[in-house]
Design a protein around this ligand. Structure first.
Ligand code: AMP
Length: 215
């Protein structure tokens, strides 16, 4: 499959993308994961991206397009890809359309994961992450808490709120989403590629996507 996953931060794009890779071997391409890996490594890309990410702002389009132009031409993309967190702006969507045209690749669809705002806010504010860079296990203070001492169950390091998971950064990420990313829903509707899914359960969402692809 060749699809774009749209949705607000916390909508479950990453979880749905991972489940979809098990289905037909398509690769998950998450610009967020690529950027976090670059920050961890401390390379040029990471140095440039870190301050934007910590504030919950978007990294400049030019940097993202440089990453994606190279990534989409790697061999593992031939059998299919699930774009998770990209495109995030209209200029990125337009650049992607041009890039795919040039590479002679046709998108199957753009799936919008529609999740109520209160659910999103609750998910984002209760998320916690292991501070050990080699572990980074994800916790949720309500549904999957760390130890009573606030340490990681896997490696014992303190579990923290990531810089981009503070209340201030979360509000900024959601505002940025509404302003810059939500317009992509009508962009893909006009392209005739949009599928909107009310998504509260990732496994059910995956089944719906498979049905669309088959039909
Ligand atoms: P994510 O894990 O997808 O929420 O991404 C984490 C952060 O990486 C975002 O808050 C942005 O700062 C940055 N980022 C990820 N993907 C993009 C993109 N396509 N365009 C701009 N910034 C991005």
């Amino acid at each position: 499959m060749k699809i774009v996953l749209l949705g607000a931060p916390g909508a479950g794009k990453g979880t749905v993308a991972k489940l979809l890779t098990d289905y037909d071997g398509s690769v998950q391409i998450s610009t967020g994961d690529i950027l976090r890996a670059a920050v961890k490594e401390g390379n040029e890309l990471g140095k440039e991206a870190k301050a934007y990410m910590d504030r919950g702002d978007l990294v400049p389009d030019s940097l993202i397009m440089k990453i994606m132009e190279a990534r989409l031409q790697e061999d593992d993309c031939q059998s299919g890809f699930i774009l998770d967190g990209f495109p995030r702006t209209i200029p990125q969507a337009e650049a992607l359309r041009e890039l795919l045209k040039r590479l002679d690749i046709r998108l199957d669809m753009a799936v919008n994961l529609d999740v109520p705002k209160d659910v999103i806010l609750d998910r984002l504010t209760t998320r916690r992450t292991c501070s050990n860079p080699d572990c980074q296990a994800i916790y949720n203070i309500k549904s999957n808490p760390p130890t009573a001492e606030g340490t990681c169950k896997k490696c014992g390091a303190p579990v923290i709120q990531r810089d981009d998971e503070t209340e201030k950064a979360i509000m900024n990420r959601l505002e940025t989403y509404n302003e810059k990313t939500a317009p992509l829903i009508s962009f893909y509707e006009k392209e005739g590629l949009l599928k909107n899914i009310l998504s509260l359960n990732s496994a059910e969402t995956v089944e719906e996507i498979k049905k669309y692809l088959a039909g």
